[in-house]
Design a protein. Structure first.
Ligand SMILES: *Cc1c(COP(=O)(O)O)cnc(C)c1O
Length: 378
């Protein structure tokens, strides 16, 4: 038998154009924030549809910066879905706030507002809807919920570039919308993040916080405490090229997603996570909800296909069990309080959808999945 192929979970789509753009920046002898950052930011604002935005070194720090600029800190609680990448929760901890985990919807796996409702305390100050796996949370409902409880909204749109909810780009609904340009995201600059916002005062605050508490470089008089959240112009030059390919990237991802749907249509008992209501989808991964998902992942790995589980529920994270052990306020860490998140973790697995994935590779992956179920219980 020939060696099985080796299909990774993700692969960025970089080429000659990105290489040329990066070397052009180096040739100018100015690689710190400069004209490419200004241009990339302008394009991002056009796409997202907010008048303002600032860069951060990565998505996690974009979230932390947004929370900080909104005044979130010790004693404040932030509602965060139990199923997300841990960076969402760690950003809250980084600013001294308490992440309160919220179960997810059993159909969309996005934050469940009915569960959130039961978790409101006098300390609840913000909600962080996460647009998970490339489709949007129900932002109309989130906005109504936030209004009712006087909460700030920080959208975690790290996986949401190109995703629209009721014709509006995600990240434009909340007080702040945060994005990531890590290498597995739809648009990548290696590392990188962005905070989009509508309020000029918040924008001003974000600018001071990210640049050592001053408006512009060159002055050593600092009216405020601030930090360094800057990026480089090389990253922005790469980002500009990536954004110019966005339509192609999205089309490829959707095409690949459709291949999976087509090839798996006959297989009973499995479901592919679809676009949430009123939202488009730019598949971040192909999320398959299937019986014996973890066994299937092992089987796929033996066949040369890298799959991943759905994100491990926050309430089960060993780091949080330790962290909340001696804290006065803490989220519940009991499985019983997060039935949908637990079911999602048990049944969900992520299949690759990166733009360079080929038709024959998807056919191969699906063939392995079908074979796994045909074999039945080992
Ligand atoms: C990637 C990601 C982050 C963190 O972004 P980084 O750039 O890796 O720090 C946060 N939340 C979600 C949902 C993500 O997918």
């Amino acid at each position: 038998m020939s060696d099985p192929p080796s299909i990774p979970q993700v692969e960025p789509w970089l080429g000659e154009e990105e290489a040329i753009a990066a070397s052009k920046v180096i040739a100018t002898n100015w690689i710190s924030e400069g004209p490419n950052c200004a241009a990339f930011s302008e394009r991002l604002r056009d796409l997202i549809g907010t008048p303002y935005g600032v860069f951060a070194p990565n998505g996690t720090l974009a979230l932390a910066l947004a929370l900080m600029a909104l005044g979130l800190g010790p004693g404040d609680e932030v509602l965060i879905p139990d199923i997300t990448f841990i960076g969402s929760a760690n950003a809250a901890i980084m600013v001294g706030a308490t992440p309160i985990f919220v179960d997810v919807d059993s159909n969309t796996y996005q934050i469940s507002l009915s569960h959130a409702d039961a978790l409101i305390t006098p300390r609840t100050r913000a909600i962080m809807p996460v647009h998970l796996y490339g489709t949007a949370c129900d932002m109309e409902a989130v906005q109504a919920f936030a209004m009712r409880h006087a909460l700030k909204i920080v959208e975690d749109a790290a996986q949401g570039i190109g995703v629209f909810y009721r014709e509006r780009h995600v990240g434009s609904f909340g007080d702040a919308g945060c994005f990531s340009f890590f290498s597995d995201k739809t648009v990548t600059t290696g590392e990188g993040g962005y905070v989009a916002c509508r309020d000029p005062g918040l924008h001003e605050h974000l600018r001071f916080l990210r640049n050592q508490g001053r408006q512009n470089a060159g002055s050593f008089v600092h009216p405020m405490i601030g930090y360094n959240f800057r990026i480089t112009d090389v990253q922005a030059a790469i980002g500009l090229v990536q954004l110019s390919k966005l339509d192609k990237i999205i089309a490829r991802k959707r095409e690949i997603h459709a291949w999976y749907q087509q090839d798996l249509a006959e297989l009973s008992g499995v479901r592919i996570l679809a676009a949430a209501p009123n939202s488009t989808v730019v598949p971040f991964r192909c999320v398959l909800l299937a019986p014996r998902a973890h066994e299937l992942m092992t089987f796929l790995s033996q066949r040369g296909v890298q799959s991943r589980s759905i994100f491990y529920p926050m309430h089960r994270q060993p780091c949080f069990a330790k962290w909340f052990d001696d804290k006065p306020y803490a989220p519940s860490l009991r499985d019983d309080d997060y039935p949908n998140a637990v079911a999602g973790y048990e049944h969900g697995l992520c299949l690759p959808v990166f733009p360079t994935l080929r038709r024959d590779q998807v056919a191969y992956i699906v063939q392995q999945i079908i074979e796994f179920y045909d074999r039945g219980t080992p």
